[in-house]
Design a protein around this ligand. Structure first.
Ligand SMILES: [Zn+2]
Length: 242
């Protein structure tokens, strides 16, 4: 599944469509598309793993999920689940989850929880994690998109390894300064990912690996917690807080 940095890189490729007028909107997805044609696309933004197409009175979010993709001025043989056509160009989404929401995106999404936004608010995230998620495993909490918008499995695994925290540790048992360090690590790694999106998988320390690069121990690789994603852990480097 594409993570926040990949979505932001794709979104940046869409910048040239800002302020253009939609000539046709369609796709087999069941979202109501009435009223999009003829509208000016005021802005294209992103929040976590969502693209946001902003129109005057409403906005459309597109989430690629596990199998989705986006093409500009190209088509697949299969039908697009959502597309926007302009005079001289088109954006096509395949197997994407699309929602139409009335109002402004800022009223719907808390941009202070998007790991790649300038106004990401680490203090807000820290206090939310400590209040609302204290009984949960940190490996699960990192995937909560309402406070770690944009984090996917690579960012989760690599950040926990860099912060030396075992993913099965409960939030309430982790010292506050370690949580602060983890939140900083998530943001720093996300920006590293953003700059090297194409090679990020080649440069991971433990994601997709079998042994720890530091002590050459075999990694634990299994589904852990409620998140049904493959988890990689070095039992020596990553401390289990309990
Ligand atoms: Zn290790």
């Amino acid at each position: 599944m594409p993570e926040g940095p990949t979505i932001l890189n794709l979104r940046n490729k869409l910048n040239r469509f800002r302020k253009k007028t939609v000539t046709e909107a369609g796709g087999y997805g069941d979202m109501d598309k009435t009223g999009i044609e003829g509208q000016q696309l005021l802005d294209i933004d992103s929040y976590g793993k969502n693209f946001i197409f902003v129109f005057r009175d409403f906005f459309v979010t597109v989430h690629l999920g596990l199998f989705g993709s986006m093409l500009i001025n190209k088509r697949k043989k299969s039908n697009a689940s959502f597309y926007l056509h302009f005079d001289d160009a088109q954006i096509n989404f395949y197997i994407a989850n699309t929602k139409r929401i009335e109002g402004k995106p800022q009223d719907h999404f808390n941009y202070r929880t998007d790991i790649l936004k300038d106004n990401y608010d680490g203090e807000l995230v820290l206090s939310t994690v400590q209040d609302k998620y204290k009984e949960r495993m940190i490996g699960d909490v990192l995937m909560e998109q309402e406070i770690f918008a944009g984090v996917g499995n690579i960012i989760r695994i690599e950040s926990l390894y860099r912060a030396k925290i075992h993913p099965a540790s409960l939030v309430k048992d982790i010292p506050e300064k370690k949580l602060v360090f983890l939140i900083e690590t998530v943001v720093n790694y996300a920006f590293e990912f953003l700059e090297q999106s194409d090679t990020v998988k080649e440069k991971t320390l433990i994601y997709g690996r079998k042994i720890c690069p530091k002590d050459k121990r075999e990694l634990i690789i299994e589904e852990m917690g409620k998140v049904k994603r493959k988890t990689y852990v070095c039992p020596k480097c990553q401390k289990m807080y309990s």
